[in-house]
Design a protein around this ligand. Structure first.
Ligand SMILES: [Zn+2]
Length: 252
């Protein structure tokens, strides 16, 4: 039997182990770098669940709050979209944010689209229906920017009235609204989805294609029931996700 130097064996084993460890390290660093690269080039979707905290929004005859429905649905859409896009939720839990905070958070993401989720509310129980809104300015009323103190103005956004930021995305926002209307009507059959241009403040300062979806009237007993139905929420999730896919694919 050949005589093997024990010391040599230990040393070569150590070298082999070291090389294996280095290889794993290089592979994992490479995978991480690739992930970062692809994440950086992913489209960014911003979802804004309406209301929150002491601002409960509309509430239904059964006691359902709008803030709860909007957060549930936004979370479901984020899960459905998975890691296809970088998805950013403006509100992740039950707390209050004012409109300027929502707008700033959205613009900070430099996202590819913005969807604010709400329900309708009316004193008339029979009022109902689903609507996709895009921003449409009115001539009589000029929306004021939220920042009163000009001395604190830091970026170029502050030099442009807030409604101008959304105005320049109007054609894209309208396209997004039309696609969303189509997908909602395709998937949701119990209610009609319409489309409308409105001077909504939550959309006015958003510097990207933006819409607001009112997923029915919470004050309507039938529509409240539907908003609590897991199958309906799943269909809404699918329809809105399809609308997002459709818009972002067309945009490329
Ligand atoms: Zn609302």
């Amino acid at each position: 039997m050949p005589v093997i130097n024990k010391h040599y064996l230990t040393k070569s084993r150590f070298t082999l182990l070291f090389l294996i460890m280095i290889s794993f390290f290089i592979i994992s660093v490479n995978a991480e770098a690739k992930k970062l690269f692809f994440d950086k080039h992913k489209k960014i979707v911003v979802l804004d669940p309406g209301h929150g905290g002491h601002d409960r929004g509309a509430h239904g005859p059964e006691g359902t709050y709008e803030k709860t429905v909007t957060l549930t649905l936004a979370r479901m859409i984020a899960t459905e979209l998975g890691d296809k896009y970088r998805v950013f939720l403006i509100r992740t839990d039950d707390y209050q944010l004012d409109i300027s905070e929502r707008t700033s958070l959205a613009n900070h993401q430099k996202a590819d689209l913005f969807i604010s989720i709400h329900t309708g509310g009316s004193f008339l129980h029979q009022a109902g229906g689903m609507t996709v809104y895009y921003y449409k300015e009115i001539l009589q009323k000029k929306l004021l920017r939220e920042t009163a103190d000009k001395g604190k103005l830091k970026n170029s956004y502050d030099l442009i009235p807030w409604d101008d930021l959304q105005k320049r995305h109007k054609p894209a926002s309208k396209t997004l609204a039309k696609l969303m209307e189509h997908h909602l009507n395709e998937k949701i059959k119990y209610i009609e989805t319409g489309i409308e241009g409105m001077p909504l403040i939550v959309l006015s300062g958003v510097d990207m294609p933006a819409i607001l979806i009112e997923i029915g009237y919470l004050t309507n007993p039938l529509e409240e029931k539907k908003m609590l139905d897991a199958k309906v929420l799943a269909d809404l999730t699918k329809a809105i996700s399809n609308g997002i896919d459709d818009f972002l694919l067309k945009k490329q």
